[in-house]
Design a protein around this ligand. Structure first.
Ligand SMILES: [Zn+2]
Ligand SMILES: [Zn+2]
Length: 150
């Protein structure tokens, strides 16, 4: 189930200097459940220096997404996106058209332990524009399980 609050929503067109701006943008989203945690999504294949630049494919209407690390091309689906893949087009910034983005997830964790909603947003690394990618409602999935499949 998907809320479809993200695409085109949010507090107007915003740009962000860095991923901290992206995280605070996620926390201020209107129209969805409260976001309690934000996570910058980096590629886990690189030891301590985890690159954050990625190509992203996301479908706002079905709650699926997948990103591909710019450095190593590793593919990282959001949750069970691969099972329901709809072949959405690659993300392109609505402002400048570039496709490389930094991606962060906002999690609604009402009881502090179980996630009920995940929202994904991107920051264009070229012009800094912030925007929602997709969101998905979850049936009280344990936080650790969600963090392992972002
Ligand atoms: Zn990588
Ligand atoms: Zn841009």
């Amino acid at each position: 189930m998907v809320l479809r609050t993200v695409a085109g929503a949010g507090p107007g067109v915003r740009t962000g200097e860095d991923v901290e701006d992206l995280r605070s943008w996620l926390q201020r989203l209107d129209g969805g459940p409260p976001v309690h945690e934000t996570v910058l999504l980096a590629c886990p294949q690189h030891g301590d220096e985890r690159p954050t630049w990625a190509f992203v494919e996301a479908d706002a209407s079905t709650g699926i997404a997948r990103r591909r690390c710019l450095a190593c091309a590793a593919s990282m689906p959001l949750l069970e996106s691969e099972r329901h893949w709809t072949h959405p087009p690659m993300f392109a910034c609505a402002g400048c058209g570039h496709s490389i983005a930094e991606v962060a997830a906002g999690l609604s964790v009402p009881d502090g332990q179980h996630v009920t909603w995940v929202v994904l947003a991107a920051r264009c690394v070229e012009c800094g524009r912030l925007g929602g990618l997709t969101d998905v409602v979850l049936p009280d999935v344990p936080l650790a399980e969600v963090l392992a499949s972002l």
